[in-house]
Design a protein around this ligand. Structure first.
Ligand code: AMP
Length: 332
């Protein structure tokens, strides 16, 4: 199918502590959040592994997520425990147990190899690479990662980065990966790590503050080098064009009063983004911006309850309704 999405990532049990509450051993994992979000827009298949302690298959089936590529192995399901700081934008990983992911060797079915939209969600980079090597002719490949992999397996991560079209990471990870504090400078370093192809796309998420979208072909003009040649004074329309031509696009977060648990917001964003792009099959810059707005809206639901609870309860009509409010908020 032309808009089939394939995601490889963690399927997990999470123990989450926020300043306002706690949830133990709740269903999570990057592939879980991603697929619940992307399946709102396009058919999605998961490649991953769970232990024999895993029982939640029906949740995926209910959302028509294809789990034929989710292997069941003897051992424990991936486990992650994290604690959020008071601002809910930063967190510490308290425990990460790979469990059955330690020896996982993904082997794709013939059908999965034909997927056109592929997302390498947060998991060990060598697994992302193994999946990518088996894909036949993808139209768009996206990637997410985490501080753990940037610190522990950077050479493998740098290898995968070269092979993808879209990178979706958060601001902290962008700083960590690029060793640049400023996000515009960080974007240049990361786009270079991606190989500097003209159509590469980088999205840096900034939690409740929204996101920055960078498009490589134009981003070199973010801050044009000052030359000594006399220049004509810019007209107002030039100023507008200069901003747009930079390839930077900025969206605020949807303002929410009740944020319960930010876990999975990034994966839900990525799912919404890839889902919308697969559904529309349009990679133009204008549609990329729309996809970012759709994705931010999906992610805003995800944080309204612990774990995947809220994401499991929404339909596309809920997303559309909130998107209309979001549009009004940012329109001037
Ligand atoms: P996010 O908040 O978008 O980073 O997603 C959090 C989800 O990703 C949780 O459900 C975790 O189980 C999972 N997760 C956290 N750290 C990792 C990691 N290093 N590798 C893979 N999955 C992870």
């Amino acid at each position: 199918m032309t808009n089939q999405i394939l995601v490889v990532g963690s399927v997990a049990f999470d123990s989450i502590t926020t300043p306002f509450g706690k949830a133990d051993n709740t269903l999570g994992g990057s592939a879980t959040y991603f697929s619940l979000a992307s399946s709102l827009f396009a058919p999605t298949s998961i490649v991953g592994v769970v232990g024999n302690d895993f029982r939640d298959f029906d949740i995926y089936r209910k959302h028509r997520i294809d789990i034929s590529g989710m292997e069941k192995q003897k051992g424990e399901t991936f486990y992650w425990a994290g604690r959020y700081h008071y601002d809910l934008n930063t967190r510490d990983t308290l425990k990460l147990k790979l469990g059955v992911f330690k020896n996982f060797q993904p082997k794709l079915s013939e059908l999965h190899k034909q997927s056109k939209f592929v997302f390498l969600a947060n998991i060990q980079p060598h697994l992302q690479l193994q999946v990518l090597k088996q894909i036949k002719r993808p139209k768009l490949v996206g990637l997410d990662t985490a501080t753990e992999w940037i610190n522990q397996t950077k050479p493998a991560l740098l290898k995968v980065l070269k092979l993808v079209d879209v990178v979706v990471i958060n601001d902290g990870e962008a700083r960590e990966l690029s060793k640049e504090n400023n996000l515009i400078k960080a974007s240049r370093v990361i786009l270079k790590m991606m190989g500097g192809q003209k159509n590469d796309i980088l999205i840096i998420k900034q939690g409740e503050h929204g996101l920055l979208l960078f498009h490589h072909s134009l981003s070199l003009r973010v801050h044009p080098k000052q030359s000594n040649k006399p220049r004509r004074l810019p007209r107002p329309s030039d100023a507008f064009r200069a901003r747009n031509d930079t390839g930077i696009f900025n969206l605020p977060g949807y303002p929410l009063e009740n944020v319960i648990d930010p876990t999975g917001a990034g994966d839900s964003f990525a799912g919404g983004l890839m889902g919308y792009l697969a559904k529309t099959n349009d990679l133009s810059p204008a549609n990329l911006k729309k996809a970012c707005a759709e994705a931010s809206t999906v992610a805003s639901f995800s944080v309204e309850n612990f774990g995947t609870k809220r994401l499991q309860s929404i339909r596309l009509s809920d997303v559309n309704q909130r998107l209309a409010e979001y549009k009004k908020l940012i329109n001037f």
